[in-house]
Design a protein around this ligand. Sequence first.
Ligand code: SF4
Length: 366
Amino acid sequence: MGKSSAGVYIHIPFCRRKCVYCDFHSVPGRETVIGDYVDSVIGEIRENAGLLKGKEVVSLFFGGGTPSLLEPRHVGRILDACARYFHCASSMEISIEANPESVTVPRFRGYKKAGVNRVSVGIQSLDDDSLALLGRIHTADKARRSVDVIFNTGFANVSADLMFALPGQSLDKWITQLEEVVTWNLVHLSCYELTVGPSTRLAGMVSSGEITPRGDNLEFFKATEKTLGKHGFSHYEISNYAIPGGECVHNLGYWLYRDYLGVGAGAHSKISSRRWANVKSIGGYMTRIAKSGKAVYRSETLLPETTRYEKLMLGLRLKDGVLERDISPSPELDALVSEGWLKRSSGKIRASDRHWPLLNSVLERL
Ligand code: SF4
């Protein structure tokens, strides 16, 4: 990946229902405006194409929300606009996030025809009680069928998201789920522990005592690495596993501090030393794009020391770590190395195997 490469992120903030743990920018019940929203996204791409001048776009990611609520013609129009206004690599990774309830044969055939070449499907769990507790719309069987549809419509680069350490979930049940999922021929898995965001419905359920978060997440982390490792998945980022070559190009770009242009309501961008965020409100976003082609409400210039610090924070999420020449030396860093929390080798610095699962404690000291 050269220095002048970049990623494009398209935010699709629509969902059929809000999951209880969700702290993403997603809004239920607004699907009727999707067509107009797509017009705004295309308007934003057109008006801001100059920001990626001289850069090659190596990845494009439809994230959400639930991007699989888009019709294939919506995806096709957005991809046509990208091809017209950006310099896209011929091998560009084009990912779409999907939720099982909106996966259908015609829709995924259409996505394939439009140029999408990677799908990330939000399975989360193969236990119906856990899915109901999380507020997910789909059942475990629907999730299994959706993966079949995705493969049968011609996709090979397929990833699934799963959540562990759910209330009432035993370690054995989690491992059984992983053992099933590895038989599906996926090339990538994202395994996240359930976290309780402050402004989520889940936070209210925890404070009212309706559910109790687990405290043994480290065991889940280790069991995940061991189980997936046996089936050829390499643990390349703290929450992500891939069959070699199946790593997500787009998300690797964030951890490697590559430039990205975010398009859509609430999308964030970072290009060179500038970072900004769009307004979150869907209506506000569409109005601003119609008026000026821009919807930025907050921007900042990144100082060199901020950049070096963020490169360290993000790079330590990767198994391979971060290039030492990209970060600032510090006594705290040296102390973490001498105490065995971090390792230095081949010009890189990375978390030790034992301390990688405890990355947050490492980061707190930097
Ligand atoms: S599907 Fe994803 S984005 Fe939508 S509400 Fe659920 S967690 Fe949030």
